[in-house]
Design a protein around this ligand. Structure first.
Ligand SMILES: Cc1ncc(COP(=O)(O)O)c(C=O)c1O
Length: 416
């Protein structure tokens, strides 16, 4: 298998070559949104130039849109290890969760409860709380241990009961970086017949997703976090998608997927650009993951993400080693290198004596892009007592390099 090649990988991202007054850009902002791969840009241009037309017409450009819709949905199905009629594109994950929450909550009544978590981004918390308020339903929260940064799985037995209608949890935390045992949480929800929703937004850029293995009803992702356009893309299990009657749609639009749960005209260009992301992941699989040319798209994407994980894990180990020598930096997340497989390369931290904004500005002065704030992970930040102050966060993607990790550590060292 050919070795990982930073130069070849980075050449697949046009933005990585840009400089500002001679200074290279260090993109450490991946958890907020990654840089966009060339294949996504090319596909988006193609959609806007070569066949920019609404679907369902009897002429060439519209027919091309129809063909592409089918192709993109089939590929998105492969991305989730599902079928093409089990995926829904939308504006973003938050809008999609709000959309589905309206239909799901119709089944709830007083005396019911729903189980959410303290580790989720608010897009998998806020919409459900609002729906619960409307239906008079109790909200329960699965906590995480603030010392180990893992869910308190044992609590599930107390939280979930025969009146639990929904269990929503997150695959990888956008604040802590922890990768969670979502299969276990979903299984506990399914055992009592609850709807199960998993937020895969922060795992999708780093791990192959497998909706069937997770066993959930909904698995959400946002292509702009995995090298593509600003959009939302969700797996919705077929039986579950059909059971939501009536769907929230206008009367003339088809009852079948993908239209059933995607009201209005979609962004065809975002769909094609997302296809470009799948092509990019497949390319990684062929180049660095040992996937043969005749392998399926899914096999190639899985091989690509697996190769990316190996590269990212090495960067995480490098960062964790480096930061362990910096006593003025407190990392909020798993730090033990033995447990590195239990986290994605998303690192939130506080720097002694400095505000997160001041720290982010120090990075920015070196053209290093990192975030300050709480990143809508409201429950997490409140649980850790940093909701008011916020933290600094940087996150790595497979296009980042060991030299960049050194440069980030150097900036942290300069803040000692
Ligand atoms: C874990 C997680 N879930 C959900 C979201 C919201 O995604 P979107 O911006 O597509 O609504 C984010 C965005 O940062 C996130 O990190």
């Amino acid at each position: 298998m050919p070795a990982w090649n930073d130069v070849a990988v980075r050449a697949a991202f046009p933005a990585l070559a840009l400089t500002d007054g001679g200074l290279p850009r260090l993109y450490g902002d991946a958890p907020g949104g990654t840089q966009v791969c060339e294949r996504a840009v090319t596909r988006m241009r193609e959609a806007l130039v070569e066949h920019c037309a609404n679907e369902g017409g009897l002429f060439r450009t519209s027919q091309a849109t129809d063909e592409w819709m089918l192709r993109v949905h089939a590929a998105a199905g492969e991305f989730f290890n599902a079928d093409g009629d089990e995926v829904v594109f939308g504006l973003n994950t938050t809008t999609l969760v709000f959309h589905f929450s309206r239909m799901i909550a119709r089944q709830w009544s007083r005396g019911d409860n729903i189980v959410l978590t303290r580790m989720d981004h608010d897009s998998n918390v806020g919409p459900w709380i609002l729906a619960a308020e409307e239906r008079g339903v109790e909200v329960r929260l699965l906590d995480f241990d603030p010392l180990t940064y893992r869910y308190q799985y044992d609590e599930l037995d107390h939280l979930i009961d025969a009146r639990t209608r929904l269990v929503a949890c997150n695959h990888a935390s956008n604040f802590l970086g922890t990768i969670n045992d979502v299969q276990r949480i979903v299984a506990a929800g399914r055992a009592v017949g609850a709807v199960t929703v998993v937020d895969g937004v922060q795992s999708a850029p780093h791990l192959p997703l497998d909706a069937r293995a997770i066993g959930c009803d909904i698995l959400s992702t946002s292509p702009y976090k995995y090298f593509g356009p600003h959009a939302g893309l969700m797996y919705v299990r077929r039986d579950f998608a059909n059971a939501m009657v009536p769907p929230l749609k206008v009367r003339p639009s088809p009852m079948t997927m993908p239209h059933r749960h995607a009201p209005g005209t979609p962004s065809f260009e975002a769909q094609l650009a997302t296809y470009g992301c799948f092509e990019h992941l497949a390319w990684l699989g062929e180049q660095f993951g040992g996937a043969p040319e005749q392998a399926s798209l899914r096999q190639k994407m899985v091989a690509g993400l697996t190769a990316a994980t190996v590269h990212e894990t090495a960067l995480s180990v490098q960062f964790l080693n480096g930061v362990s020598a910096l006593p003025h930096v407190k990392l909020h997340g798993i730090t033990n290198i033995q447990d590195v497989a239990e986290r994605v390369p998303t690192f939130s931290f506080s720097v002694q004596g400095r505000s997160p904004e001041a720290v982010a500005q120090q990075f920015a002065a070196r053209n290093q892009f990192v975030w300050a704030g709480s990143f809508y992970a409201m429950e997490v930040a409140q649980r850790l007592g940093v909701w008011e102050s916020g933290v600094v966060r940087f996150g790595l993607a497979h296009y980042n390099t060991a030299a960049e990790v050194d440069a980030l550590l150097d900036t942290l060292e300069s803040l000692r």
